[in-house]
Design a protein around this ligand. Structure first.
Ligand SMILES: Cc1cc2nc3c(=O)[nH]c(=O)nc-3n(C[C@H](O)[C@H](O)[C@H](O)COP(=O)(O)OP(=O)(O)OC[C@H]3O[C@@H](n4cnc5c(N)ncnc54)[C@H](O)[C@@H]3O)c2cc1C
Length: 368
């Protein structure tokens, strides 16, 4: 049986973006997925490509860099599944006005006054909130883009239960590979390392038709997309901490529409399709990108980590992850995939602040 260069577990936007990047660099890639392509959080996503509207900080800067990269990436490589449209972001509460005003006065991104046409769709209630109108944003057709990324790449439907490393080769069920990447989103981890903890958030999206043509995406309590190439609009939000709180799918769609209608006037609305899914977030909200630390081995070799010293770590050989991308998976995935691909192919260094080892140090210090 052939040995792949890289096996990727999980065909969400992270797994698919990485497979696409590696395949384009001539790597032999296999993608393993337990259900179908983009059946997890990625299939449910509104897949809005926009920056984080907030004050400065590592997450905001990262998302902005990834947003600029991904906007170009989707437009150039997947134009059929990329809907370009401006975004009018309106603060959710009065308390958020300051944050939006700060963003507006400091950003280098292209902003302008929202056109009268866009403002005419708004309810009077939201017009008192601070807002920012960003010219360059996109809405991606989530499932279509994931499927298109895997064109020409070997893909198998398989739930991976066990992985084993033997003689410098990973054995993933009956498949073999030199490198293994876990892109399993908010699903149960295949390996168990005590410092790797991810939070799950559940959410819903519905695609609707309406007789109101929308030329911009509007974000207030929920995202209401501009009218897409297929004539539909997507409404999406992901903020339920418990699966039990997630409304049944029809009620969920109605709830999304009700929330959308609080800010936007939409006529003759019909639900076309509804989706629900979960996304994963890390404790510091930054993604996890890179090699996975063997906590037990690292602590035995360098117990000073218990005192908060950043000792050298032992990595599990050739095992990597991309996860914890929160509500920005479609923004971050192509950018993170580019980094991991360059790391594999050109041995470029990964951004250290995204490596999972940061959580190992925090865990070791707390353990003491
Ligand atoms: C309602 C909603 C709206 C969202 N809106 C946006 C948005 O507008 N913009 C944005 O950028 N992001 C958005 N997100 C977030 C985005 O969807 C996620 O960040 C992204 O989908 C995460 O991708 P992923 O590949 O890490 O995980 P997933 O898409 O969940 O993929 C993981 C895959 O791994 C597979 N898998 C897991 N375990 C195994 C195993 N043992 N064997 C085989 N396969 C396995 C799963 O079946 C799944 O298909 C939204 C999320 C939700 C839920």
């Amino acid at each position: 049986m052939q040995v792949y260069d890289v096996i990727i577990i999980g065909a969400g936007i992270n797994g698919c973006s990485l497979a696409y990047a590696l395949h384009n660099k001539g790597q032999k890639v296999l993608v393993l997925e337990q259900e179908e392509i983009a059946s997890g959080g990625s299939g449910a996503a509104g897949a809005f490509i926009n920056p984080k509207i907030s004050k400065s900080g590592p997450l905001k800067e990262l998302i902005e860099e990834a947003y600029l990269y991904s906007l170009d990436f989707y437009t150039q490589n997947f134009p059929d599944f990329t809907n370009l449209a401006p975004l009018l972001h309106i603060s959710k509460y009065e308390d958020e006005n300051e944050k939006v005003d700060y963003f507006k006065s400091h950003t280098l991104l292209k902003t302008s006054q929202a056109p009268k046409e866009t403002l005419s769709h708004l309810r009077p209630y939201v017009q008192d909130f601070s807002s920012v109108y960003l010219k360059n944003n996109a809405i991606i057709e989530a499932k279509d883009v994931c499927k298109a990324m895997l064109k020409g790449i070997v893909y198998k439907k398989l739930e991976v239960k066990e992985i084993r490393y033997k003689e410098e080769i990973w054995h993933v069920e009956k498949f073999k590979t030199k490198k293994l990447v876990l892109c399993t989103g908010a699903y149960n981890e295949i390996i168990s390392e005590p410092y790797l903890k991810l939070r799950r958030i559940f959410g819903q999206r519905c695609d609707i038709t309406t007789s109101t043509p929308m030329e911009a995406t509007i974000h207030h309590e929920v995202y209401v997309s501009a009218t897409k190439k297929n004539g539909r609009l997507s409404i999406g939000a992901s903020h339920y901490l418990n699966q039990e709180d997630l409304p049944l799918i029809e009620q969920g769609s109605q709830k999304l529409i009700d929330l959308a209608m609080k800010s936007v006037k939409l006529e003759e609305v019909k639900v076309h399709s509804s989706y629900c899914g979960m996304r994963s977030g890390s404790n510091d909200y930054l993604p996890l990108l890179g090699g996975i630390v063997d906590a037990k081995k690292s602590l035995t070799k360098a117990p000073e980590a218990l005192k908060g010293i950043k000792t050298p770590v032992s990595l599990i050989p050739e095992l990597y992850m991309i996860n914890g991308v929160g509500g920005y998976g479609f923004v971050l995935a192509p950018y993170l995939a580019k980094h991991l691909c360059q790391h594999f192919v050109n041995e470029e260094k990964l951004p250290e602040f995204l490596e999972p080892k940061r959580f190992y140090y925090r865990w070791a210090k707390k353990k003491k």
